[in-house]
Ligand binder design. Structure first.
Ligand SMILES: [Zn+2]
Ligand SMILES: [Zn+2]
Length: 209
């Protein structure tokens, strides 16, 4: 009898975990306030980004969201520097971008400087990009990208971070744009959004083939 009770409790526990996990990945429960059907994507270049590179990203982003705009280039705020002034804090930059962004807009910052956040217990962990999940702002940096395939990789980082703004978490699929970089740069292995991520984004108004 005791054993049966233990099995019963264990089964309830397993069902609860599965229910919890599926809630995290369910495309129908995104809580996303800024689906691309109603949002404008503002591209915010920071000093050092070449205008032609910004235009390239805009052209690519227009294919998934026709309403994009490029804001005037601005300096990176010195208040967002890390403790030894070697990198800019990506989380502080997201807060900075958020303050500048009215309702109905998503904003993506583009920089060629190194950016960092706190991850896996490491206080100053260098990243290619960061985005609220969900939220209005994200940022992508060329600093950690390949010197020969920079723009293609920057676009992949940009749509990964914009995917986060929609509430899309990381994806275990190796070829999916939502793959977790885990401190490396796997963007050349990423080919497209996988079936599940694509379905999630299409529900949020993304134009994806
Ligand atoms: Zn991510
Ligand atoms: Zn995926």
């Amino acid at each position: 009898m005791k054993l049966l009770l233990k099995i019963y409790v264990f089964l309830i526990f397993v069902v609860a975990i599965i229910a919890g996990l599926s809630r995290n990945i369910s495309p129908s429960k995104t809580g996303n306030k800024y689906p691309l059907t109603s949002a404008i994507i503002s591209i915010q270049p920071f000093d050092g980004m070449a205008q032609k590179d910004v235009l390239y990203i805009q052209k690519k982003l227009q294919k998934i969201c026709p309403n994009t705009e490029i804001k005037a280039t601005i300096p990176l705020p010195s208040s967002c520097l890390n403790f030894n002034k070697t990198r800019y804090r990506a989380d502080s930059l997201l807060k900075f971008l958020n303050k500048k962004t009215p309702a109905g807009h998503l904003i993506i910052g583009l920089t060629n400087k190194d950016i960092s956040t706190t991850k896996n217990g490491i206080v100053d962990w260098g990243v290619m990009g960061l985005g609220y999940c969900p939220g209005q702002s994200c940022i992508a940096s060329t600093y950690r990208l390949s010197k020969t395939n920079t723009l293609n990789q920057l676009y992949k980082v940009a749509i990964h971070e914009l995917g986060h703004t929609q509430g899309l978490p990381h994806c275990p699929e190796k070829t999916c744009f939502m793959r977790d970089a885990k401190g490396k740069n796997p963007t050349d292995e990423e080919i497209e959004f996988c079936f599940n991520c694509k379905a999630f984004l299409i529900k949020n108004g993304w134009v994806l083939q």
